[in-house]
Design a protein around this ligand. Structure first.
Ligand SMILES: [Zn+2]
Length: 339
């Protein structure tokens, strides 16, 4: 290979392919490691993941000159459309797999945690075990949830690209979704697998492990029902997406979609399901929301609490009437018997 001439063989980048993926396909052709290949492009010492995040015009021009690709084609392999805050989301490898894409091909879309279908083939991604979200939720339930997930994903996308996105920013939504609204508690009966008494004794540690309880399970009860109990908690805030599984990220996108559609309703639902300490944490997360939303939430929460108190005292009164009537009947019976 000459020092600065054009490389004799250059693969065309696939649709939406990342620079790191293209370099990892090219390097073996020249019997090089990726960093040797990056050096051969004239960018010795640069990390391919840094390059694919941001490529200066000069670096892009260098790669274009060495490969004969157009500067636009080179830049298209980078994540330049994403804002700085989104970098932590970008995994080095595919987060989940499309069954029709070649294994060594890493597309940009597959690096973003709010994508659940292959951009090229349109089919559902599979997680590391080969399971799809349809398998996990059931096809009908997944179809219903997917609309909310798309709304959430569009919002996250707009945030990642730094576009205007209304009053409520993606990190503020995620803070509420990941807030611990209740005290951590061991798996409840619905969450425990069926076990014999002997197994229950053997798995005592599992049955008594406190599980973090987060608002996500209130906003997306469908997730609460299907998620394995030990893998139910997600990391706080943006880390939830950056480090979440396919299932967790999908639930977060659904939750974000629902909150964007009706923030007041969901905030109040979460607060009503919270315990005293958890309510403080949820309120703290909501403090970052715009004032007009916070006012509506307070007003609606106050009304909901008042209605709940009224319902409880009506129930109590009914119980008292009932027991009064019962006493009357009893005393009447008693009188009847003795008379
Ligand atoms: Zn595909």
């Amino acid at each position: 290979m000459t020092e600065c001439g054009r490389l004799p063989v250059v693969y065309a980048p696939e649709a939406d392919e990342r620079l790191s993926s293209w370099a990892a396909r090219m390097a073996p052709f020249y019997a090089m490691t990726v960093s040797e290949f990056v050096a051969a492009l004239g960018l010795k010492g640069h990390d391919v993941f840094d390059l694919e995040w941001r490529l200066s015009e000069g670096q892009g021009a260098l790669i274009a000159a060495r490969t004969g690709l157009s500067p636009e084609a080179v830049q298209a392999m980078t994540f330049r459309e994403l804002g700085a805050a989104a970098r932590m989301m970008i995994a080095r490898k595919n987060r989940s797999a499309c069954p029709h894409c070649p294994e060594d091909l890493h597309r940009k879309a597959a690096a973003q945690p709010w994508r659940f279908r292959c951009k090229v083939h349109g089919v559902e991604f599979r997680d590391a075990t080969g399971e799809t979200l349809s398998d996990r939720f059931g096809a009908d339930c997944f179809k219903k949830l997917e609309g909310h997930a798309e709304a959430g994903a569009a919002h996250l996308d707009a945030w990642a690209c730094g576009a205007g996105q209304g009053d409520l920013k993606a990190p503020e939504v995620l803070q509420v979704l990941t807030a611990r609204h209740r005290r951590a508690s061991p798996p409840n009966v619905d969450e425990q697998p069926r076990m014999s008494l002997k197994d229950r004794r053997n798995y005592h540690d599992f049955l008594t492990t406190p599980i973090l309880r987060q608002a996500l399970t209130v906003v997306v009860p469908e997730y609460d029902q299907v998620a394995p109990v030990l893998a139910k908690p997600v990391r706080p805030g943006l880390h939830a997406l950056a480090q979440g599984s396919l299932l967790q990220c999908f639930a977060l996108a659904v939750g974000a979609g629902r909150i964007i559609e009706d923030p007041v309703k969901w905030a109040v639902s979460v607060m009503l399901m919270s315990d005293a300490e958890g309510q403080g944490r949820v309120r703290q997360a909501i403090d970052a929301w715009p004032l007009s939303l916070r006012r509506s939430i307070s007003a609606r929460f106050w009304r909901a609490e008042r209605d709940e108190r009224a319902r409880q005292s009506a129930e109590k009164a009914a119980r008292q009437r009932q027991s009064h009537k019962y006493r009357l009947i009893q005393s009447h019976k008693y009188r009847y018997r003795i008379s």
